[in-house]
Design a protein around this ligand. Structure first.
Ligand code: GLN
Length: 447
């Protein structure tokens, strides 16, 4: 009830929710009755959560913040939603994002702007901006986000929350509306490391419905994260954030490095090869996959349909023209171009080669180090509208997050300070595949 009251009180200003679950209180009360009757409840019993609106739900619309999917009702729950409900979490509603998760500010939503709870003239980051903003403004205890190139970590950083992008293949993508299938991963955004760890533990694990889901032994983060970090080896790719980064972001990261040293970790400067090419490779690969994934919105199987058309071709064209926003169209064009014969070798194939090189570069680092410490983004939250005119400038903001998705690694984002304007600065901890426990342990000790 208190969370619903908070939504009513502050969401006019924050604009996080696209849909509120009217049954939430009733569902919580039913749980409480069960509890009073001595029935055993799940591990997330009563935890009020928000879902990024690109995760399918049977009882609430799933819009991807697109006109294309306005009012769309899925016939099934995403696997992650099933798992949360299975542990008795309460779904408060669906939250805003950049249309189809394309963007880093949540300004690309067809429906509304979400603001940063620290300063409502600024963006909350994105694309999971609604998830981060709802959690930080106490409108949800934990929210799920999805991360294709930084969309959990960057809004967590801009809003001062904890966000984890898990190892590719560890959380099922079944029921997540696909942006770039080889990069997408779902993960939690929370106010502290423990909540994030608990939620992640429920989310992870093999699912036969996702062909890229990996079978692995489920760890128990609860005990693992409380161990100390003495002797942990942290790599600091200092030269990677020497230039083009806001000075107080850099300072906060270096201070965090000192704090890790005080906690007993060993921090050393490293050079990670090939990262300069990551951003270009990411925008080729992700757009290529998006152009293919979004081909399904033909207005016939599902999605927005235009009113008037004279032929089937015109139906496709007009529906897609009217249903997709500008940024989504840009990616479809870019991806289709990169995949077209004549350009495929020059762009897409080359990007895949870069992907392999980046993966190898990380592998080399993880031979000697437990994790890498870096900024999440070159800047703190910027003003609404500031980067809307120049897409390339917006893409540059993803420089520190996209290499991680390209290599399929886990990474955690958490607050490590504030800039001169009292805006949160985030640090990123990157680990080798399936080392979420190490990242969470370092984060828990740091907190
Ligand atoms: N900002 C990046 C992009 O626009 C990342 C988005 C994401 O992770 N979903 O592609």
């Amino acid at each position: 009830k208190s969370y619903i009251a908070q939504i009513e009180k502050v969401d006019d200003k924050i604009g996080a929710y696209l849909y509120i679950n009217k049954e939430a209180v009733k569902q919580a009360e039913a749980l409480d009755t069960k509890r009073k009757n001595g029935e055993k409840l799940g591990r997330l019993a009563g935890m009020p959560m928000a879902l990024k609106d690109n995760m399918c739900t049977v009882d609430m619309p799933t819009t991807c913040a697109s006109k294309m999917m306005q009012g769309y009702m899925s016939p099934f729950d995403a696997e992650v939603v099933k798992r949360l409900k299975g542990e008795d979490a309460i779904m408060l509603g669906k939250v805003n994002l950049d249309e189809f998760a394309m963007g880093g500010s949540t300004e690309n939503s067809y429906y509304k702007i979400t603001t940063n709870p620290h300063d409502i003239s600024r963006v909350p980051g994105g694309s999971s901006g609604g998830s981060a903003a709802s959690v930080v403004s106490h409108q949800a205890l934990v929210a799920l986000g999805s991360d294709t190139g930084g969309s959990i970590r960057q809004p967590a950083s801009f809003c001062g929350a904890v966000g984890i992008k898990p190892t590719y293949g560890s959380v099922s993508r079944s029921g997540l509306v696909a942006f770039a299938s080889s990069l997408d991963q779902i993960g939690p955004i929370a106010r502290n490391v423990e909540d994030a760890a608990l939620t992640l533990e429920v989310l992870i694990g093999h699912d036969a419905k996702d062909s890229t889901s990996v079978k692995f032994e489920k760890p128990s983060y609860e005990t693992e994260i409380k161990k100390d970090i003495k002797g942990m080896k942290i790599a600091l790719p200092r030269e990677f954030f020497e230039q083009g980064v806001q000075s107080d972001v850099k300072e906060s990261i270096l201070k965090a490095a000192e704090k890790f040293e005080k906690l007993g970790a060993i921090v050393e400067d490293v050079k990670i090869k090939n990262l300069d090419y990551a951003l270009s490779a990411y925008y080729i690969i992700s757009s290529a996959e998006a152009s293919s994934n979004l081909a399904r919105f033909d207005s016939i199987q599902y999605g927005y349909r235009t009113d008037e058309y004279a032929s089937l071709e015109e139906l496709y064209k007009k529906s897609r023209q009217e249903g997709f926003g500008k940024e989504v169209k840009r990616r479809i064009l870019l991806g289709t171009y990169a995949l077209s014969s004549g350009f495929y070798d020059a762009y897409y194939k080359k990007a895949l080669k870069v992907r392999t090189l980046i993966k190898q570069s990380y592998d080399e680092i993880f031979k000697d180090y437990d994790m890498i410490l870096s900024p999440v983004a070159p800047t703190t939250a910027y003003k609404i509208g500031e980067k809307r005119t120049d897409p390339v400038e917006a893409y540059m903001g993803d420089i520190y997050t996209v290499p991680v998705n390209i290599a399929g690694l886990p990474a955690l984002s958490m607050n490590c300070g504030f800039d001169k304007e009292e805006l949160p600065v985030g640090m990123q901890l990157i680990g080798s595949t399936f080392s979420e426990d190490t990242l969470l342990r370092a984060a828990y000790n740091y907190e």
